[in-house]
Design a binder for this molecule. Structure first.
Ligand code: GDP
Ligand code: IMO
Ligand code: MG
Length: 427
């Protein structure tokens, strides 16, 4: 068997959590491959709304195994809270959740370093979620990190102290002396005790064995392709590889073991945090998208910046990921508009281009739009694509023609049931 991958094609928050939950009945295993609690994946069903940060979005289905892969960074405090929230809903997390021994740990001092680094950047700040993501991946690549597997070793506390001392030295260089750690450490070690009760696995072996046995595995991405550390709008990115290749690294799956790649995008576009966003709207249309789309961050509550769909950016993401099926989210939010704009090209330093260039700041680049007719009809109660308005059909056909990849799922509301399947998704 091959592993299918579902990932975001924009700047995150495309609706990955919802669709992974919808697709989970087709899979035996759901595995997160990168990122950490900077992610906020929202699921809604039976009147319940749930936000997951570290735990894969397959956790609510009875028979599914959920793996946090080696590419993920884990904050024990946040993971403990997630586990408790699920257990309060009678989810048997212990039975279904497995942690890679090679996943790195976010320390309290990583969070402090994240905040200090952002403060030092001033106006040029990334707009980080302040969950310690950047500093933790820096320690990983700097070969200083602590991993889940270390928790079980007799030298764990010693290793922890060595790393904390290094962080305190760094914080003092950033002007932060006398850091008060006691309370933060109490809750952190409390979280570690909780994590000890879960199975720590060599997830690369587990997943490859599952594939050999013919089990179906879906890799769940976090963030979005335009936040990728290599290909995103650097330096306004996250610190991991969010693209499909990240699933190989973050789970130990060979590239020739990747099957379907589901690329998920909103029918418009959003971004949270700093950095260039070519199609961003600073007017009442942007405000309306934010209001109707309820565009406020699932992790930080920050208002998301909103704008029209950006096809050169989407084509770039499709290319980087080898997307085989597209999933379009939040079509219902566009019901507000008479006319819908789509950016098909950029005016880049005086030239009309249709690709995503190195430099995407507003001084260098302005979007060129095509206008399409809106449908102004409520979609949220629709159960089949047969009944959707002609204008929405035209919007879908236009995008498929431009992007040359089929749109196989259209989402018309946050609930599990508000999902319109256009074709059979999984073989
Ligand atoms: P993720 O990080 O990619 O999982 O996405 P988030 O959960 O951060 O953000 C997506 C938001 O949109 C959540 O609040 C979802 O409940 C909501 N949502 C998902 N699909 C739809 C949809 O089709 N229509 C509407 N109106 N909301 C949706
Ligand atoms: P999900 O998985 C949207 C953004 C932050 C910031 C930048 C760096 O829910 O789609 P970091 O905390 O990683 O150092 O922040 O990346 N960001 C996200 N934006 N969705 C996310 O995750 C994000 N995770 C990080 O806002 O601009
Ligand atoms: Mg999110």
């Amino acid at each position: 068997m091959k592993t299918d991958v579902l990932l975001g094609l924009q700047w995150g928050d495309e609706g990955k959590g919802k669709i992974v939950d919808v697709l989970t009945p087709n899979y035996d295993v759901i595995a997160r491959f990168q990122g950490g609690p900077n992610a906020g994946h929202t699921l809604e069903f039976e009147g319940i709304k749930h936000v997951l940060h570290t735990i894969p979005s397959g956790i609510f289905r009875e028979e599914t195994i959920n793996i946090v892969g080696n590419g993920v960074v884990i904050d024990p405090v946040i993971l403990k809270k997630e586990i408790e929230a699920l257990e309060a809903r009678n989810v048997d997390v212990q039975k279904k959740l497995f942690l890679s021994k090679k996943a790195h740990l976010i320390l309290p001092t990583h969070r402090l370093l994240d905040a200090a680094s952002e403060a030092a950047k001033g106006k040029g700040k990334i707009g980080s979620t302040l969950k310690g993501i950047g500093p933790t991946y820096m320690d990983k690549t700097g070969r200083n990190g602590l991993r889940i597997g270390d928790v079980d070793s007799g030298k764990f506390k010693e290793k922890y102290q060595t790393l904390v001392q290094k962080h305190l030295n760094h914080l003092s260089r950033l002007g932060q002396e006398n850091v008060e750690l006691e309370e933060l450490e109490i809750e952190w070690f409390d979280g570690i005790e909780t994590l000890k009760q879960f199975q720590h696995i060599d997830s690369e072996h587990t997943i490859n064995n599952f594939l050999k046995q013919g089990k179906k595995v879906l890799a769940e991405g976090a963030q979005g392709s335009l936040l990728d550390i290599d290909f995103g709008s650097y330096p306004f990115v996250t610190s991991s590889n969010t693209i499909c290749a990240g699933a190989c690294i973050g789970l130990g799956i060979a590239p020739n073991k990747i099957g379907e790649v589901y690329g998920i995008f909103k029918a418009y576009c959003t971004r949270v945090g700093s950095g260039p966003f070519p199609t961003e709207l600073h007017d009442e249309t942007g405000e309306l998208l934010r209001k109707k789309g309820n565009e406020f961050g699932a992790t930080t509550g920050r208002p998301r910046r909103c704008g029209w769909l950006d096809l050169p950016a989407l084509k770039y993401s499709i290319m980087l990921n080898g997307v085989t099926q597209l999933i379009m989210m939040k079509a219902d939010v566009l019901s507000e508009f008479n006319t819908i704009k789509v950016c098909t090209h950029y005016n880049y330093q005086g030239q009309k281009i249709d690709y995503f260039p190195y430099e995407i700041s507003p001084e260098n680049l302005t979007p060129i739009y095509t206008e399409l007719k809106g449908w102004q009809q409520d979609l949220t109660g629709m159960t089949s694509l047969d009944s959707i308005p002609q204008e929405l059909n035209d919007y879908i056909s236009f995008l498929e023609n431009e992007l040359q990849v089929p749109i196989t799922i259209v989402s018309v509301g946050p609930d599990r049931t508000q999902t319109l399947m256009r074709e059979k998704v999984v073989v």
